[in-house]
Design a protein around this ligand. Structure first.
Ligand SMILES: *Cc1c(COP(=O)(O)O)cnc(C)c1O
Length: 428
């Protein structure tokens, strides 16, 4: 495959955009080489600026669960745009999408729309702090909740001690209020709570982790968190930016039958436009301005184009009763195919899957948390990534991302993908 035009465009971009990209993970830093510039996409396929075609397993990092340029979403945006693109005043469509979202998701009464998943998570912890009057939060090593200061904290000095910033610019003052715990380790969470009694507002978690590869919660782990939160008066925040409207209509809350106190959304909820949201029961949401004291705002929040795209997306997800089952079947089909060819090629691997999220880890042992995820062989992943690219399969340029399965994928596409994995790993 030739990437001449992409390379030239990247060189041009690098001069005026830091690293040539507007979000770091788009650069090929972890895998080497230069990023591919997209020209257009339709359904399951991406077409780049050099005329190459790829089967897409990123799908804009999750939103395009029905495939690219899905007609009802595109048409809704076009029709809305003709009537004005932003007013900064209330519009009926905001209530429509809010009503639909609230009806699809368990245990929420009210929802507020923002412009990104980052904003949703950042606002959710502010709300939790305002509501409980406590400052500290617990997050899990390896979970991603967007790029706001409180979340850019890495493990390192142990879970019970203060987190340390992993990005310059995050102050020690902020870092000390973020406590780190180990994913899938309820005893560890207990000890973090016990060491900080009376100071913690909330626990925030990706109920299925998707930012260290796909890592399912161990049986009873989420229920364990729910119980600990109830026992100690903490709010449980599910960051469902990735899992919301993907694993089920009601996301992970529905799939695992656990109620969170605040839920964050992004990705799918915007149908590919910049949308995030956070939601909770009435008594918590009423703490937000203008009803309550916790301030949160946005000039473009609830933007009509974004709401039109999101509404068209949610309507399809709500009406197509077989969609989530179909997605899970396609993903299970891939899982089975990958296992077969990787075993044939004697490639050490672990595959994790929940619903339409799946990841291949080039690691011998089970991958259950951050520590076990980083044990995967990154050199193998790099070869795998570039090999798959040559075969016309686009996966995330990082070993720590899940694959996002879309309904636009046909079984032919899946077979082609399994054949590509077979061919690429046969050379390892
Ligand atoms: C993508 C993601 C975010 C951040 O959303 P942005 O829209 O990129 O700001 C937050 N949490 C999770 C779980 C995500 O996957």
């Amino acid at each position: 495959m030739n990437y001449k035009r992409s390379s030239a465009l990247f060189a041009q971009a690098e001069k005026v955009i830091p690293g040539g990209v507007n979000s770091p993970v788009r650069a090929f830093k972890a895998v080497g080489g230069t990023p591919i510039f997209v020209k257009e996409a339709k359904g399951a396929y991406l077409y780049d600026e050099d005329g190459n075609k790829f089967i897409d397993y990123i799908n804009s990092w999750g939103p395009m669960i029905l495939g690219h340029a899905y007609d009802p979403v595109v048409n809704a945006v076009i029709e809305k745009a003709k009537k004005g693109t932003s007013f900064g005043m209330p519009t009926e469509i905001e209530t429509k999408i809010a009503e639909l979202a609230v009806s699809m998701v368990p245990n929420i009464d009210k929802i507020r729309f923002v412009n990104s998943g980052t904003e949703a998570c950042m606002s959710a912890i502010r709300l939790a702090r305002g509501y409980t009057g406590k400052d500290k939060i617990i997050k899990f090593a390896g979970c991603y909740h967007g790029h706001s200061d409180s979340f850019l904290i890495q493990a390192g000095s142990g879970a019970i001690t203060f987190g340390s910033p992993n990005s310059p610019g995050v102050t020690q003052g902020t870092a000390k209020d973020t406590l780190l715990a180990k994913y899938n380790d309820i005893e560890n969470v207990k000890s973090v709570i016990n060491a900080n009694k009376g100071e913690i507002a909330c626990i925030i978690i990706e109920p299925v982790a998707g930012n260290m590869g796909c890592i399912p919660p161990k049986e009873d782990f989420l229920q364990g968190l729910r119980d600990l939160c109830d026992m100690h008066g903490l709010l449980l925040i599910f960051d469902e930016v990735m899992t919301g409207f993907r694993l089920a209509k009601g996301g992970a809350q529905e799939l695992y039958n656990i109620n969170a106190d605040i839920v964050c959304y992004g990705k799918v909820i915007g149908g590919g436009l910049p949308v995030g949201a956070f939601a909770a029961r009435e008594e918590i949401m009423n703490y937000l301005a203008p009803l309550g004291p916790v301030y949160q705002a946005g000039t473009l929040s609830g933007n009509p184009l974004a709401m039109a795209a999101g509404l068209a997306m949610l309507e399809t997800l709500n009406n197509d009763t077989e969609l989530f089952g179909r997605l899970a079947e396609k993903t299970a089909y891939l899982h089975k195919g990958f296992t077969k060819v990787l075993n044939e090629n004697k490639t050490s691997h672990t595959i994790n899957r929940v619903g339409s999220m799946i990841s291949i880890h080039f690691a011998e042992d089970q991958v259950i948390d951050f520590e076990t995820s980083v044990k995967g062989n990154n050199e193998t992943f790099k070869k795998f990534f570039h090999g798959m690219l040559q075969e016309g399969i686009y996966i995330a340029p990082s070993a720590f991302e899940t694959w996002f399965i879309t309904d636009a994928l046909t079984y032919e596409d899946l077979d082609a993908t399994i054949a590509a994995v077979k061919k690429v790993t046969s050379k390892f």
